[in-house]
Write a protein of this length. Structure first.
Length: 167
């Protein structure tokens, strides 16, 4: 049996799929989470993708509670980067409620999927987050974390030494 060719279909070889754009959105309540992103997968994403600087899932969950809280002195927001409904980057910003003493915004977590790093997604997510909040932004980063360079490029500087009493 001979195969038939449909003259309507092109015989051109298929080109590799073009990389689709990452969609960046700001989420202030849990109900605003985009398609394909649920809270447990978000917690898992931060926990897995922040490695080796990750926090425990229960602490990430607590930070999300704080960000989505409507209580006085709490709040914040999430910036998520998705591609075809898949979470590829996320950032959590908390409102410290302490503007005047310490910066009113704390950039707590930011992460991009390992296979998509170095393509400018993290920078875009950070820029969107910075544009979204009023006042100065504070963050902690280990001296040896390559993310420090990204923060410096965004204009972050080190003004104070952070000191801890380990107990
Ligand atoms: C930090 C992070 C969010 C940057 O995301 P990204 O999408 O790669 O960011 P960009 O592509 O916009 O910027 C890349 C910059 O991040 C830095 N970077 C950090 N880790 C990197 C990695 N594994 N690959 C490439 N760049 C990395 C580089 O210095 C690079 O700067 P350059 O352009 O001057 O070389 C990402 O590396 C990550 O998820 N790291 C693990 C989690 C983490 O450490 N978060 C910060 C905690 S304080």
């Amino acid at each position: 049996m001979s195969s038939t060719t449909n003259p309507g279909t092109s015989s051109k070889p298929q080109s590799p799929e073009a990389p689709s754009e990452v969609e960046i959105s700001v989420v202030r309540t849990e109900s605003e989470l985009p398609n394909g992103v649920q809270r447990p997968s978000l917690v898992r994403f931060f926990h897995e993708t922040m490695k080796p600087y990750e926090d425990l899932p229960k602490d990430i969950d607590r930070a999300l509670d704080y960000a989505f809280s409507t209580e006085e002195g709490k709040g914040g927001f999430l910036v998520v980067g998705t591609r075809k409904d898949e979470l590829v980057s996320a950032l959590l910003m908390l409102d410290t409620g302490m503007g005047g003493y310490v910066p009113s915004n704390l950039l707590l977590f930011v992460a991009t999927s390992p296979d998509l790093r170095g393509q400018g997604i993290g920078r875009k997510v950070c820029e969107r987050a910075i544009a979204e909040c009023d006042g100065p932004v504070k963050l902690h980063v280990e001296y040896d974390n390559p993310a420090k360079r990204l923060y410096e490029r965004l204009g972050f500087t080190t003004k104070y030494a952070e000191m801890r009493l380990a107990r």
